[in-house]
Design a binder for this molecule. Structure first.
Ligand code: ZN
Length: 362
């Protein structure tokens, strides 16, 4: 594993749609007017097309689809509307700059659920609630993430009916829906929970070109942005695990957003792979354990450091690790030498957090 903490820490974006079966009724319009069925890839609003535009979130520009008042990224990821703007927001002030009128999008970004615990509730109107309880049982059996039924907490996941399967990424603050259409399966629910705890799509890793080939010529016109890497979207390319995992439950299918029934993603040699929505892969679990370490976590096989005692009560919200990236107050910052840095062009500039706003250090 390289420097982790990136994608996962990068929070918040969105909501997603999913399902094995769910996907079955997610017919995608094709360029010649016929329909092609993708059996795997989650879609928030199947069969609907919105306006493609750029929005700004966490100081970065995201190509999104606007549909039903939501900003949808990569099919099933929703960006929190109250933290997203249609024009760039100045998130880092010069050292002597006065604070401008604060935009709501500048609010503190939260990514991970504290104490490995996701608070949740289920809409009584949601059919087949065993999908949710089975998916939660799968997460609890395979990771250190725990799920607790809400009793008054303000930040929580709400499983509710919707047109497709969708979720926000990471803890966004307040109530955040995971929508599940009737067709969304337990596997799709496991995928959506993956987003809610902070996972992004596997095929958008910055290093994906080492493992897969994206066939842009087969993608529905206007949907190409769904296949950008996170690096192309403006993020750094670091990942939680060493390489792309074709078996990840967060991996698109080979036919995602196909315009013509031909694959949009293959292995480098052109062959197909089997996308799955049955459960977390070992690679998924490895990455999740980095973000939500717990008793299930196996010791990382890196250089032994016998002199450094194991922290007994790690507090990921306040303990910052040098060499890793965080999103704080809407800005992606790098922790290095126990200081904070942001990327400006090709250079790194030191910044400090003062009264909830980032400022350049003189
Ligand atoms: Zn997804």
């Amino acid at each position: 594993m390289k420097n982790f903490k990136y994608l996962l820490v990068f929070p918040l974006l969105a909501s997603i749609a999913c399902s094995e079966d769910a996907v079955t009724d997610q017919t995608l319009p094709t360029e010649n007017g016929s329909e092609f069925k993708d059996e795997i890839t989650e879609i928030a609003f199947p069969g609907e097309n919105g306006k493609i535009s750029d929005v700004y979130f966490a100081g970065k520009k995201f190509p999104v689809e606007e549909l039903n008042g939501k900003y949808i990224y990569q099919g099933d990821i929703l960006l929190p509307e109250d933290q997203t703007t249609t024009s760039p927001v100045k998130l880092v002030l010069n050292s002597d700059e006065k604070v401008q009128n604060l935009n709501k999008s500048v609010g503190r970004t939260k990514y991970h659920w504290p104490e490995n615990t996701v608070i949740y509730d289920i809409d009584p109107a949601l059919p087949n609630q065993a999908r949710v309880t089975d998916a939660i049982a799968h997460w609890e059996a395979n990771t250190a993430v725990r799920f607790v039924k809400r009793s008054g907490e303000s930040n929580y996941v709400y499983f509710t009916p919707g047109s497709g399967c969708s979720s926000y990424v990471g803890m966004i603050g307040g109530r955040q829906n995971i929508t599940l259409a009737d067709a969304c399966s337990t596997g799709n629910t496991i995928h959506e929970i993956g987003h809610a705890v902070g996972l992004w799509h596997e095929q958008s890793r910055a290093d994906r070109d080492k493992t897969i080939k994206v066939h842009f010529e087969n993608i529905i016109s206007g949907r190409e942005y769904n296949f950008y890497t996170y690096e192309e979207a403006g993020y750094d390319g670091q990942e939680y695990t060493a390489g792309l995992d074709l078996g990840s439950i967060m991996m698109y299918s080979p036919y995602s957003f196909s315009a013509n029934g031909e694959p949009t993603i293959t292995r480098l040699d052109g062959s197909l792979y089997g996308a799955q929505r049955s459960g977390l892969s070992s690679g998924d679990i490895e990455g999740i354990n980095v973000i939500y370490p717990g008793e299930v976590v196996e010791p990382t096989p890196t250089e032994p450091e016998p002199t450094e005692p194991e922290p007994t009560n790690p507090e990921p919200e306040t303990k910052y690790i040098n060499g890793e990236y965080y999103v704080i107050e809407g800005v992606m910052v790098l922790r290095k030498d126990d200081k904070w840095w942001i990327e400006k062009g090709k250079n790194w500039k030191e910044v400090e957090l003062i009264d909830g706003r980032w400022r350049m250090v003189k």
